[in-house]
Design a protein around this ligand. Structure first.
Ligand code: COA
Length: 234
């Protein structure tokens, strides 16, 4: 399998123009997700004034432009909202998927739109990063329950051609250190590889625990990225 790493330069656009086209709003070359699916936006790699004004019209005055990992900077009258240093990590090859952790009594369940309330509840407790009521429509989301309550989940988010991003990896504070996140990420890696795609993910640079977990599972750091969000003028 030879997935083209270049498509990860603009993963939001590559997803919205392809696999996630049914979840896209578009004006000219500016593109974003439907409300409640994701706030991520994209413009061409070297946007001009028209591209930015189309994105501004798409989002409306004072709209939130979550530019994800794009290095392109909007015009100066767009107000910066956040900036976060992170890293892109890639799955290097199938042979790195080692023996599963023990824990035969732990079963992994598939989560869907009916599970959104418990997914949002877990997100509130575990804070994995952006997750909205329709985010689970982006791909497969898997979870682990303990005594009936959802305590861990992970899922598929961006889908540029040949790749699937693993995201929303989280475990409730009381259930950490039992291998749940590792189990879920492994299950997703297997699914993604089995359909001939390569897994990738992003993690905040400050999140050393998650970075260590992903490295133990076999992911390799590819490059630093900066996540940025802005507010459109008006
Ligand atoms: C990062 C996070 C997802 C890890 O979840 P987790 O379920 O605790 O992860 P795991 O149990 O698979 O692995 C974590 C540790 O438990 C250890 N462990 C795994 N299986 C174990 C077992 N059966 N018994 C005891 N410890 C175990 C792992 O070796 C690992 O060791 P470490 O303490 O050296 O890191 C969790 O801390 C979390 O939700 N953080 C907040 C949200 C977040 O940052 N998400 C990542 C976004 S990119």
């Amino acid at each position: 399998m030879n997935s083209d790493v270049d498509v990860l330069e603009n993963p939001v656009a590559q997803s919205l123009l392809g696999h996630h086209a049914h979840l896209a709003r578009r004006l000219g070359q500016a593109v974003t997700y439907l409300p409640d699916v994701a706030t991520f936006c994209a413009v061409p790699a070297e946007p001009d004034a028209v591209d930015w004004s189309e994105l501004a019209r798409l989002l409306g005055p004072g709209g939130f432009a979550d530019m994800f990992s794009s290095p392109a900077l909007p015009p100066p009258d767009w107000e910066p909202v956040f900036e976060l240093e992170g890293r892109l990590m890639l799955w290097p090859g199938k042979d790195r998927l080692g023996e599963p952790l023990p824990g035969a009594d732990v079963s992994i369940v598939e989560l869907g739109p009916n599970n959104v309330p418990e997914m949002l509840d877990l997100v509130t407790r575990a804070e994995p990063g952006p997750f909205w009521p329709r985010t689970c429509e982006l791909g497969t989301y898997l979870g682990i329950r303990a005594r009936g309550r959802l305590v861990a989940m992970a899922g598929e988010r961006l889908r540029p051609p040949g790749w699937t991003e693993i995201s929303a990896v989280c475990t409730a504070p009381e259930a950490r250190g039992q291998g749940h996140a590792g189990r879920l990420v492994r299950a997703l890696v297997e699914r993604i590889l089995s359909r001939g795609e390569q897994p990738f993910l992003y993690v905040a640079e400050a999140n050393s625990g998650a970075i260590a977990l992903y490295e133990r599972l076999g992911f390799e750091s590819r490059k630093p990225v900066t996540f940025r969000g802005f507010r459109t003028p008006g």
